[in-house]
Design a protein around this ligand. Sequence first.
Ligand code: 5GP
Length: 238
Amino acid sequence: MEKRQQLYEGKAKKVFATDDPQLLIVSYKDDATAFNGQKKGTIKGKGVVNNRMSNRLMQLLEKKGVPTHFVEELSERETLVKRVSIVRLEVIVRNIAAGSFAKRYGIDEGKVFAAPAVEFSYKSDALGDPLMADDHIPALGLATPEELDYIRATALKINAFLKEFWADCGVTLVDFKIEFGKTADGSIILADEISPDTCRLWDSATGEKLDKDRFRRDLGGVEEAYAEVMKRLEEHEG
Ligand code: 5GP
């Protein structure tokens, strides 16, 4: 596989073309941003953790019947993925109130929901990823009603798997954001990443935050938290 020109540089990743038009190489950086790019920093080793963790979780999800963009881990920071056009939705699943949910409704973090809650945001840096009413998604042409049904059902399936997986690692899955992409043949697959950048992960015993909220909220111990969740995952995998 030949790595060719850089196609895109995002906040946390770079994307490169390859000699196969259907495949891309994603390269994970240590750069961290929050609050729509207003806060910037570096989390040493984050790119390695996010690459490895995302790949491992996507491989496990594939085994559960969830199609993903993962093809092959090339190095500690680089992965070969299927080329997709990203569906411009941030698909968020919440099990416990936290973050923007707690803020929007004026409640403390920590309320455990009776059932997981799925929400969608419009993926637009310029607009600050606004929350969407579900009917606005087909209205804007971001996905058909059938595609949206599939995305919602798949997000809930991913949540059920990840919740149990992290519980076995002594970690509570509070919420997470995923993104889907469309392949050349029109099928919708899980894309982007699943990592401490995109999930809220709390130590089940102590409630300690083991995710990007440590960076967002200046809690310190950011690198250690990323290393700790990776260690828990690896110990669980044996
Ligand atoms: P909230 O809406 O409460 O800020 O975020 C809900 C969940 O989605 C959290 O796990 C958070 O990490 C993730 N999330 C939401 N928006 C983004 C985003 O723009 N970038 C990243 N990395 N994660 C996000």
